[in-house]
Design a protein around this ligand. Structure first.
Ligand SMILES: [Zn+2]
Length: 320
């Protein structure tokens, strides 16, 4: 059974008139209720992260700035990134959810988790908020998997339409966290060229697949399948984490790479295949972008139902 992490508290991060708004998660939760997904999963709420787990990735000054900004009533951290009085608390809970999901998935063979959290994380840098992101949830998850569980090969797959520059930057010279990103190019935030492959101990542990707007859906899917298969063979991950953004959907108002909802089933299958091949299925996904409320809800439902169906198939074949 899939572990589903979500909490109404994630809707308390207020952003005003902004694409990354509380209505995103409200729309997803409504869809998941209609399709009875909550009954099909183990549902968990959120817990706040211990500051030490955040500080594995972020600087003390960044953590302090997030706390102080909320305490002073909120404000703007960069042209796109807004905070409200509750935002620091909500961001701590998004990070804590990431840590808790990793503990769950690494605690027992075959577990998989989906984390429907806000704010998103993959643009957040070690010492700076950026692009709607306060703490880098997936980077905190990867760092926790290493520090608390002793893993030395974690694979992050990022299919958000924007390059996951924060995640890439945090692990660029790392060597133990492998980062794969498929994204629209050229596009915000401007990083993610094929030549960015890591440095020092991390040389070769970053793989970027930049794709131009106008690519066909079948070309997109085969490009991701081929590049991810090669990269996963090198990474041989003990845990797979996914930055699951749904803003490559053709209906997305700020992203789009022309994808349809069912393409997220294919992406989910590819990532699940990697997890099955290398690490007994251990997979945690994190909601990143996706700004058309209907397309987002349908796409998250498609991602989750694909994992649920595959999990049931495996359970049925294992019991025969
Ligand atoms: Zn995005």
């Amino acid at each position: 059974m899939i572990d589903l992490y979500t909490d109404a508290v994630f809707e308390l991060h207020e952003t005003g008139h902004h694409p990354e708004c509380p209505a995103r998660l409200a729309s997803v939760r409504k869809q998941l209720e209609q399709s009875h997904r909550f009954e099909q999963c183990r549902v968990h709420g959120s817990v706040p992260a211990d500051p030490q787990t955040i500080l594995r990735v972020h600087s003390q000054s960044h953590l302090d700035r997030i706390e102080t900004t909320s305490r002073h009533g909120g404000g703007r951290l960069d042209p796109d990134t807004v905070m409200s009085p509750e935002s620091a608390n909500v961001a701590r809970r998004a990070a804590g959810t990431a840590v808790g999901a990793v503990d769950t998935v690494l605690g027992e063979s075959g577990r998989q988790a989906v984390c429907l959290v806000r704010p998103p994380g993959h643009h957040a840098l070690a010492d700076r908020a950026m692009g709607f992101c306060l703490f880098n949830n997936i980077a905190i998850a990867a760092a926790h998997a290493r520090a608390a569980h002793g893993l030395d090969r974690v694979l992050i797959v990022d299919w958000d339409v924007h390059h996951g520059n924060g995640t890439q930057d945090i692990f660029y010279e790392d060597g133990q966290v492998y980062f794969f990103s498929v994204h629209r190019w050229p596009f915000y935030p401007g990083t993610g060229d094929v030549g960015e492959t890591g440095a020092g101990a991390g040389l070769g542990t970053t793989c970027n697949l930049p794709l131009q707007f106008g690519i066909s859906r079948s070309d997109y899917r085969s490009a991701v399948a081929n590049a991810l298969e090669d990269f996963a063979r090198r990474a041989r991950p003990q845990l797979v984490l996914a930055s699951a953004g749904f803003d490559a959907h053709r209906a997305d108002p700020i992203g789009s790479l022309g994808l349809e909802t069912e393409d997220f089933a294919v992406l989910t299958e590819l990532v699940d295949d990697v997890a099955r091949t290398y690490c007994e299925g251990r997979l945690v996904s994190f909601l990143e972008g996706g700004y058309d409320l209907d397309a987002l809800a349908e796409s998250v439902d498609c991602h989750l139902s694909t994992l649920i169906d595959r999990d049931r198939e495996r359970a049925a074949s294992a019991s025969q």
